[in-house]
Design a protein around this ligand. Structure first.
Ligand code: ZN
Length: 269
């Protein structure tokens, strides 16, 4: 696999789901071995596990007091496209725009702009089984030359239990939106989050219904979105990953725990 960047700069603009502020990002092509990084107020923050400053309801990176929030959906899209060299300049606001809550807008604009570079890309291969736990949630990572992710959810609504396995087809997950349950909204708002959240960018699930007009994009959209989030968080390893993953009720915090554990054990091949 070769390293990849984009042909030309690309812009995205929109609201930050947690801050509620409008933000603009400019994606700049980069040369070989540059890696993926965020750039804001003169500070370059590599998209790596060492720079994670928060995993409560989003994955946020920071360095020298500068923070870029909610990086996971953009990183998931870059991971799926194998884009290894890119700088994301953040202008105004401190959060990546949520767009429609999925990776669709990022993917649609990026997919035809990807260019291969000459150098080989690093690919991280899981060498031995790693398991991380938090309460009754856990994530297992096993060696495999594939990239396969299963998510199992248990939801206290009519969704009940859901399980989905991603086997590499981007179309199966790219439209899956950020979601929240009606009963969580008050708690999220009390924590000063979700200020930019709306039915335009979040699937809102009530006890017996979906509030969004148009309903679901996949009948198991929430678990597909959870897979998408994990793909984004895994890219904080700094390279594409190969392995078989099973997440049982995991979220960003547990994803981060996994990434830290893998950072020590995974071997470059
Ligand atoms: Zn998400």
């Amino acid at each position: 696999m070769k390293q990849r960047t984009i042909k030309e700069r690309l812009e995205f603009e929109g609201v930050g789901i947690h801050s509620g502020e409008r933000a603009k990002i400019i994606l700049h092509p980069e040369g070989e071995d540059s890696g993926v990084a965020f750039f804001k107020e003169g500070v370059k923050i590599p998209a790596k596990v060492d720079y994670v400053v928060n995993t409560f309801h989003s994955t946020d990176l920071g360095k020298d007091g500068v923070v870029v929030k909610t990086v996971e959906h953009l990183l998931a899209t870059l991971h799926l496209l194998g884009i290894s060299n890119l700088t994301v300049e953040v202008i105004g606001g401190d959060e990546i725009p949520i767009m429609d809550g999925s990776g669709y807008y990022f993917y649609r604009k990026l997919k035809d702009k990807v260019v291969k570079q000459n150098a080989d890309a690093e690919v991280l291969q899981i060498q031995e089984e790693v398991v991380v736990r938090r309460g009754d949630a856990y994530i297992e990572a096993k060696p495999c030359s594939c990239f396969e992710i299963t998510y199992e959810g248990e939801f206290q609504t009519y969704f009940g239990r859901q399980k989905y396995t991603f086997k590499g087809n981007v179309r199966d997950i790219i439209l899956a939106r950020t979601f929240c349950f009606e009963h969580e909204i008050e708690f999220i708002r009390k924590n000063g989050l979700g200020k930019g959240g709306s039915l335009e960018n979040t699937l809102v699930i009530g006890k017996e219904k979906i509030y969004n007009r148009g309903g679901l994009r996949y009948q198991d959209e929430p678990v597909r979105h959870k897979v998408f989030d994990l793909i984004g968080d895994l890219y904080l390893l700094g390279a594409s990953v190969r392995g078989k993953f099973l997440s049982h009720k995991g979220g960003h915090s547990l994803n981060f725990q996994l990434v830290k554990a893998l950072y020590k054990k995974a071997v470059l091949v």
